[in-house]
Design a protein around this ligand. Structure first.
Ligand code: SF4
Length: 359
């Protein structure tokens, strides 16, 4: 099995060209072919000599994962299905260099969603096949965990979609908890923001998390991208009944950590709040949120809940959401109701399941 070049950063490409006896500058040339010109094969890297291409091709391949399914919503949202191969090493966080024998790989599938909005085209990407976190309102959480996606798998979503050259923004809000697959997600962000890579500003990228505390601190220290936190309830026991990981990483501790960082400049923090009728949409909840977030420069996004099977709650009615929004806005928390996109193709928040013929 060949090693994928995709997902390698410049330092790793330098090591590869040194091992293959190629000149040092070839590393930057390969990065350009991978991340700017987005070629599908080593043979297309035409400013490398024929001999260099042949030598590289013996051990390496580009390794782009092409999408295998596409659904288009009546509102223009597109949902792409990607096959991913998960190995037990990735699942155990034991490190995987992409050379695990094919017989040991398990096939799974993830989804990426492209959301058009005027001049903007935002890609919502997945970072894991399934998810460990077990949030009860989420179709991804329902299916359990199948494996971490490699950086090659994650970056493939950006290259393989039809809109690759006109994407304006990215949100790590698809399948999986990005801070549970820290190394591969950070490697992807490095490729997206480096001048030898996609050369995007970090302002174009938002990472969404339930608040995996140790890695959240690393993220806040190491990365300048925007942060979104899945809050959903200000009261610990109620939040834990929907989000079991509240027991490990209480939301109050997450807020206390976030308060130690500056969000008055370019980096923003926002909170996601899915509204369940009769569960978390009362005035008491709104006022508790105000107390919890007082003085923090942040935004709140209220999200309609999309009904999933065997789950007792419905979304809050529009008038309740409006009142909740106004109550937060009136007390200084900048709040909007997020428009629901791609509901008819099961592409909206919490609906991604990686529909796959094996599943
Ligand atoms: Fe995982 Fe996010 Fe779903 Fe929770 S909401 S189960 S963290 S994908």
């Amino acid at each position: 099995m060949k090693i994928k070049l995709l997902g390698k950063n410049l330092d790793e490409l330098r090591q590869i060209v040194a091992q293959e006896g190629l000149p040092g500058f070839a590393a930057k040339q390969i990065a350009q072919w991978l991340y700017v010109k987005k070629v599908r094969s080593i043979d297309q890297m035409t400013n490398l000599s024929k001999g260099a291409r042949a030598a590289l091709s013996e051990k390496y391949e580009v390794g782009l994962v092409e999408y295998k399914g596409l659904q288009i919503s009546s509102d223009g949202t597109k949902k792409y299905l990607f096959p991913v191969s998960c190995c037990h090493k990735r699942r155990l966080n034991a490190g995987c260099d992409g050379t695990t024998a094919e017989t040991e790989l398990e096939t799974s599938a993830v989804e990426a969603v492209m959301i058009p909005d005027g001049d903007r085209a935002t890609l919502c990407v997945s970072s894991q096949a399934g998810c460990h976190m077990g949030c009860k309102f989420c179709m991804t959480g329902r299916q359990g965990f199948h494996g971490h996606m490699s950086a090659a798998d994650i970056i493939s979503q950006f290259i393989a979609v039809d809109e690759s050259d006109r994407l304006t923004n990215a949100v790590f809000m698809g399948m999986g908890e990005p801070l549970d697959n820290y190394e591969n997600v950070m490697r992807t962000i490095e490729i997206l923001t480096a001048d030898w890579g996609f050369a995007w500003s970090p302002k174009r990228i938002t990472l969404s998390t339930i608040g995996v505390l140790p890695n959240l601190k690393r993220f806040l220290d190491e990365c300048r991208c925007h942060l979104a936190v899945s809050l959903h309830n200000p009261f610990g026991p109620e939040r834990q009944s929907m989000m079991p990981m509240q027991a490990a990483w209480p939301v109050q501790d997450v807020i206390d950590l976030i308060r130690q960082y500056d969000f008055t400049g370019q980096r923003r923090v926002s909170f996601e709040y899915t509204m369940f009728a009769g569960f978390n949409d009362s005035k008491v909840h709104a006022d508790a949120l105000v107390r919890m977030l007082k003085g923090l420069e942040c935004r709140m996004n209220l999200i309609r809940f999309h009904k999933i099977p065997d789950f007792p709650y419905e979304t809050s009615p529009d008038n309740i959401m409006e009142n909740f929004k106004n109550r937060l806005n009136n007390q200084g928390i900048m709040t909007t109701v997020r428009a629901s996109r791609g509901e008819d193709i099961l592409a909206a928040c919490g609906m991604l399941a990686g529909q796959h013929e094996d599943r």
